[in-house]
Write a protein that binds this ligand. Sequence first.
Ligand code: NAP
Ligand code: ZN
Length: 348
Amino acid sequence: MPSSKGYAALDTKSPLVPYNFSRREPGPTEIVVEILYCGVWHSDLHMARNEWGNAIYPMVPGHEIVGSVAAVGKSVTKFKPGDIAAVGVIIDSCRHCEPCNRGEEHFCAEGSTLTYAAKDRVDGSVTMGGYSNNYVVDERFAHTVPSNLNLAAVAPLLCAGITTYSPLRHWNAGTGKKVGIVGLGGLGHMALKFAHSFGAHTVQLTTSLKKKEDAIKLGADEVVLSTDEAAMKRHAGTFDFILDTASAPHALEPYLSLLKQDGTITLVGLPEKPPSINMFALITKRTSIAGSMIGGMPETQEMLDYCGRNNIVAEVEVIPIQKINEAFERMLQQDVKYRFVIDMTSLK
Ligand code: NAP
Ligand code: ZN
């Protein structure tokens, strides 16, 4: 059994602490990944503190994983030892339902298996995430990584990257379209990079104008302070598509008023309270409110390959694992540009 060490939350309140555990032997189609980098997601903190009510302790968080393949099962075809592999938010699904057959494993009819704090389909154990030195995963749920990219900055692509790439592709946010991104955080900064790269006229909608310079550097053609009513009015009825990444509860009407007739706002943020909607904001322009969640395995690989061809990675601050509790606190203060990534070689 691969012996593993990592950092775990042992209860809702205490800081993460070093933790030893073991993973199962890899099956014929599975690989063992020696983790090099793991991104820190805002919700690792929500999960560790059981704010969504689904925590299982001990919990080793982390689902933006990049590492080197240490061993492969006898039927593995995609990887050989020494290759770089990446693992994201889900590590299994039923593999036979309609969405799974379409490569949309994240919409699995039986529910996909999360990378941590979920019941493993193979042996019933609790999945332990990437704040650790290794991972055992089926090759279907692992991705190859273009060799030109900085590996630390690739890690956030596995969650923040695919969560923004997928809806921007699905709603055709490209050339000739005016696209708004709500919130400049971990997700928002990737959305900006993608929308700009797809050729859309990209507008950053932000509550903090001090991020203006950054937004422009990251690809925004314009930056609008969403609390400035006059500025918002100047853009009323002009957007084809808006991707809303805001993590805090907020009213949707100001953003709905920006949409053209038949425009769509897609929500990927998960504020703890659902928004209430003034129906007139919808019916008077036949606008749509939609949602989107990560992406399937083929699209995640497509996104990584696209990033390789276009040299797109996340903006990251690399930290040793010993600073994870400090990083959680800084994340709460929005003091990160724009994603923490743990250098897992710091795990002694
Ligand atoms: P983050 O780095 O904290 O960024 C969130 C951004 O939201 C902030 O930087 C801020 O940007 C903006 N914001 C905060 N309060 C706001 C308000 N009241 N009104 C408008 N904007 C506000 O978080 P993240 O990592 O990007 O994650 C964003 C959300 O996506 C979280 O809720 C997360 O749980 C969720 N998520 C969903 C999926 C999925 O599959 N759907 C995947 C990953 C994450 P400004 O300062 O620019 O306003
Ligand atoms: Zn399925």
